[in-house]
Write a protein that binds this ligand. Structure first.
Ligand code: C2E
Ligand code: MG
Ligand code: MG
Length: 646
């Protein structure tokens, strides 16, 4: 079967085809076995005939008869006759009791003739062994007695011979027919066996190809890259590896759908092959998701890598037109050099990953970073944090501080933001952003998120037990928690600790919400139904559009500190913040300004109509025990601003 033939068979049809061939193979094999058995039986029947035994008997009988004929009253003659007698005697049991005799049933009176001859022979035993030596006429008597039986045996021998001959001829014809069938069957076996072998070899080759190639782009995959890296390291050939993560790919995927996302990935793959691999000595692989790697052969220095890096960025920053949609993406590229940055595939892959991660941190625009040894320390720190985080969650190493959010008009405390704290025994205080980042990367985010929500609800219950009037607390939600059953988790914990509607708020960031906009929309509207209000955190730093803001049914908008901190000295920042406040109000939201550190900013924000403020000017994050006192001190009527100013 030619390759093109097997390629023309689609996968489901290939299964049926294979099953058919296997069936033919087994049927042929089975029928061949049956035919073979039949042939053997025929042959056994042929070789098991009694012809030879009958001839032997006839010869022995004739010899005995002749010996009697030549008897001359000689002592030797007597011995010879007795010897012949014994030999003849021994031929009968073979035919009367053995398998050979069975064939004689087919000859008319065959067995009877034999039995009569044998009994006659037995009767002559006394004559042969006792009379013959003394009485010469005895030979004549024995001869006369045996003679009719000799004639009968000779006739029986001939008839048996003819019968067997007919059976022989019949058997030959049967065997010839069987042989013909066998030839056809063996031909079937050979053909179906060869087809099977061909398909197995092809399947094997296909499996190997699939194991080493990406099914969407048909590019070499991570396994292929690892093999290639190991090979290059073994041969000590210098090379560079660039790991590429596409900036903005997730937005395309989320907003235009997975189908468009897949088409974009194919277009990226094709462009990298065409613009990079075809012009440089390089090989592009797809590692999964929106990650690609380019192996640049024969490169030993940072300078030699630059043209390829430039080419990758140019190739990816150019517009992609996918199904009529203009898509704009970029690249975060991490690079390593062999042997400078590692001597084996695992080290190089892990280090290029770190470099890529660092490049990604540099921002939404395209950027490239070469691995540096300090990155190892950064990675080790992350590993250590990951190891210790689970332990810290379980053993109470984490705690939560609460930062008041106040009304900018009267300074009263309007809500609290729960902020995670971890004082690591060796590394000191760890930023909550780092904790969340590690938790997200190593799959602890949901466990940590649940712990935070429960801890806050528990704390709230404790406050309520001593102070009846408490402002709501907002909890920051990390990205992967959308996939957790967030609504159930929060509502169950609210119920467990006896809290009421409005006690708990949540804060979501633009980036995480926009990345899972569909999930977020459902989760957030369900939470709203359960009395949990939602604030959009760090507004202005992420990817949200105004239409998304409308879509999400948010109750508060928190303007990021990066805008707020410059409003006094920078008119653009001031204008921007003023407009964000107006948009927030137009969309029916309360607006919170984050990171207010000075009175002038607070006053300007108040003039712009900003509802609430959060920042060191009012209070740093406080321990839970300090909160009731703070709320009592500034309460609903006293102005924190005025107190601070006074
Ligand atoms: P965020 O939600 O925007 O929280 C406000 C951050 O600004 C806090 O930093 C707070 O301490 C800081 N901040 C408040 N006022 C000022 C000010 O006047 N000046 C300056 N320089 N900073 C101020 P923190 O506690 O380091 O938290 C950083 C970020 O970590 C948070 O930003 C939030 O995104 C995240 N985070 C904190 N706790 C949690 C948590 O429990 N869960 C999740 N998922 N994320 C958390
Ligand atoms: Mg927040
Ligand atoms: Mg914030």
């Amino acid at each position: 079967m030619s390759d093109s033939f097997s390629n023309r068979i689609s996968t489901p049809k290939r299964g049926v085809f294979l099953a058919l061939i296997v069936l033919i193979f087994f049927i042929s094999a089975l029928v061949s076995l049956v035919q073979l058995r039949e042939s053997i039986q025929i042959l056994e029947a042929r070789y098991g005939t009694s012809v030879w035994s009958m001839f032997q008997l006839r010869i022995e009988m004739r010899r005995f008869y002749d010996a009697l004929d030549y008897y001359h009253e000689d002592e030797h003659d007597v011995e010879r006759i007795q010897e012949r007698y014994d030999l003849l005697w021994s031929r009968f049991p073979v035919l009367l009791e053995g398998l050979d005799g069975e064939h004689l049933h087919n000859v008319e009176q065959g067995t009877l003739i034999l039995q009569n001859a044998f009994s006659e022979l037995k009767k002559q035993e006394a004559e042969v062994f006792e009379q013959l030596a003394s009485d010469p006429r005895s030979a004549q008597r024995v001869r006369d007695a045996i003679s009719p039986h000799l004639a009968a045996i000779e006739r029986l021998t001939l008839e048996n011979y003819h019968l067997n001959n007919e059976a022989f001829n019949r058997g030959d014809a049967q065997i010839a027919a069987l042989q013909q069938k066998l030839v056809i069957l063996i031909l079937g076996l050979i053909i179906s066996g060869s087809l099977l072998l061909h398909m197995v070899v092809k399947e094997n080759r296909r499996n190997r190809y699939q194991a080493l190639h990406d099914s969407l782009t048909m590019m070499p995959n991570r396994a292929y890259l690892r093999r290639e890296l190991t090979d290059l390291c073994n041969r000590r050939r210098p090379f560079a590896m660039h790991m590429i993560d596409l900036n903005g790919f997730k937005d395309v995927n989320d907003s235009l759908g997975h189908h468009t996302g897949d088409l974009l990935l194919k277009a990226v793959a094709a462009r990298l092959v065409e613009l990079v691999d075809h012009h440089h000595k390089s090989l592009t692989c797809r590692l999964g998701g929106d990650e690609f790697a380019v192996l640049q052969y024969g490169v030993a220095t940072e300078d030699e890598m630059q043209p390829v890096i430039r080419q990758i960025i140019d190739a990816l920053e150019d517009e992609f037109l996918v199904e009529g949609h203009a898509c704009y993406i970029g690249a975060s590229i991490g690079s390593v050099l062999y042997p400078e940055h590692g001597h084996d595939a695992s080290t190089l892959l892990s280090r290029v990953d770190m470099a890529m991660y660092k490049a990604k941190e540099q921002g939404p625009t395209s950027s490239a970073r070469l691995f540096q040894l300090e990155m190892d320390k950064w990675q080790q720190r992350r590993h250590q944090l990951n190891r210790d985080l689970r332990e810290a969650i379980a053993s109470g190493g984490l705690h939560i501080q609460y930062q008041p959010i106040v009304s900018l008009s009267d300074g009263s405390v309007r809500s609290l933001e729960a902020l995670l704290r971890w004082n690591h025994p060796e590394l000191g205080p760890i930023s909550p952003l780092d904790i969340i980042d590690v938790a997200e990367q190593y799959g602890v985010a949901n466990e940590l998120g649940c712990w935070i929500i429960e801890r806050v609800c528990q704390q709230y219950q404790q406050w309520l037990e001593s102070d009846t009037d408490m402002p709501p607390v907002s909890i920051n939600i990390s990205p992967s928690m959308y996939r957790l059953d967030l609504v159930d988790t929060i509502t169950q914990l609210i119920r467990k600790y006896g809290l009421s509607d409005g006690n708990i708020w949540i804060e979501v960031t633009e980036d995480t919400t926009m990345k899972v906009i569909k999930e977020a929309e459902i989760v957030l509207s369900e939470l709203k139904e359960h009395g949990v209000s939602i604030a959009l955190d760090d507004f202005g730093t992420g990817l949200s559009s105004l239409s998304h803001l409308q879509q999400l049914n948010l109750q508060a908008l928190k303007i990021d500190r990066s805008f707020v901190k410059d409003i006094i000295c920078c008119e653009t920042s001031a204008a921007l913040v003023k407009n964000i406040i107006a948009i927030g109000h137009d969309l029916g939201m309360r607006v919170v300004a984050e990171g207010i550190e000075d009175r002038d900013s607070a006053a300007l924000l108040a003039r712009y109509g900003c509802d609430y403020g959060q920042g060191y000017l009012f209070s740093r994050p406080l321990l839970p025990a300090q909160i009731p006192g703070f709320c009592r001190q500034y309460g609903l009527h006293q102005s924190v601003l005025l107190m601070r100013a006074g």
